[in-house]
Design a protein around this ligand. Structure first.
Ligand SMILES: [Zn+2]
Ligand SMILES: [Zn+2]
Length: 278
């Protein structure tokens, strides 16, 4: 893990390459208080006074049971942090796909004492430093970025600016939410932009906006590939299901790397686009 100073009060805890399953939490210091935004495989959360979560996914909540520090997360993602059963339900994958191996790898623990915050909540760090929760739903229902003031650091969490594009496969994911969150990210003027995976930090707004546009363009590319597949079908064939279209290059490249969750994620994402297309 490498510590990268982003501003007077913010340090990025850069995980190995930042690509899933790794990631890059932020440590925000104000007065005598240390707040950590997310945790990761490389950076547990033992040294923080408060853990603020962008969302409930396994790669962001590593080792929450290894600290007594309070944990807070957006109200819509709270149940999945508090309870394993809710985590599994919200992940929206087939029964049995999530189990002890995932728990062991990410050192997952339920935190039934976690507390909720709402859209645009302001969390006071101390010493005049604050975090504003910027609701960016779509990846999960309660997915949030954070704007750190007075530094002007904007953490976009899993709006990760990858050219792969957004992932919207949770129980509460919707395409309109994804589009609105991408637009919201573009509106925010910051001195420094950073993500949890892949990209950043950026100190030039133009560079951030260019990569955000590439990230967002994946939505159109998926839709175009889906339309091409539908057009190939012989006339008179019955309706196509999302499952039949998994592995055909709509979301993941044919022959490319497929993480363990690829089939489930691709089926849900195709389902969202199919619902809009037909
Ligand atoms: Zn995520
Ligand atoms: Zn992530």
């Amino acid at each position: 893990m490498e510590e990268v100073r982003l501003s007077e009060h913010v340090v990025m805890l850069r995980g190995d390459g930042g690509v899933y399953p790794n990631g890059s939490p932020l440590r925000v210091t104000g007065g005598d208080t240390v707040v950590q935004i997310d945790s990761s495989l490389d950076s547990g959360c033992a040294a923080a006074d408060l853990i603020v979560l962008s969302h409930y996914h396994e790669d962001h909540v590593v080792g929450l049971g290894e600290t007594r520090a309070p944990v807070t997360v957006h109200r819509r993602d709270l149940p999945a942090v508090a309870s394993w059963d809710e985590f599994v339900r919200c992940m929206n994958v087939p029964p049995g796909a999530l189990g002890d191996e995932l728990k062991r790898t990410f050192r997952l623990s339920e935190r039934p004492d976690a507390t909720p915050f709402d859209d645009d909540a302001v969390i006071d760090v101390g010493g005049g430093v604050t975090l504003r929760a910027v609701p960016l739903p779509g990846h999960t229902g309660g997915h949030c970025g954070f704007f750190v003031e007075p530094d002007g650091v904007f953490f976009t969490a899993d709006v990760d600016l990858s050219s792969f594009g957004p992932v919207y496969a949770d129980l509460e994911s919707t395409l309109p939410d994804v589009r609105a969150s991408l637009a919201r990210c573009a509106e925010i003027e910051a001195a420094v932009y950073t993500t949890f995976h892949h990209k950043g930090p950026y100190t030039d707004r133009a560079g951030f906006l260019a990569d955000l546009a590439t990230h967002a363009a994946a939505l159109d590319a998926r839709e175009a590939r889906l339309r091409a597949l539908l057009a190939e079908r012989p006339a008179g064939e019955g309706p196509t299901t999302a499952r039949e279209l998994v592995g055909r290059g709509v979301v993941y490249r044919v022959g490319g790397r497929r993480p363990w969750y690829a089939d489930a994620v691709e089926e849900v994402i195709i389902g969202h686009h199919l619902a809009e297309t037909v």
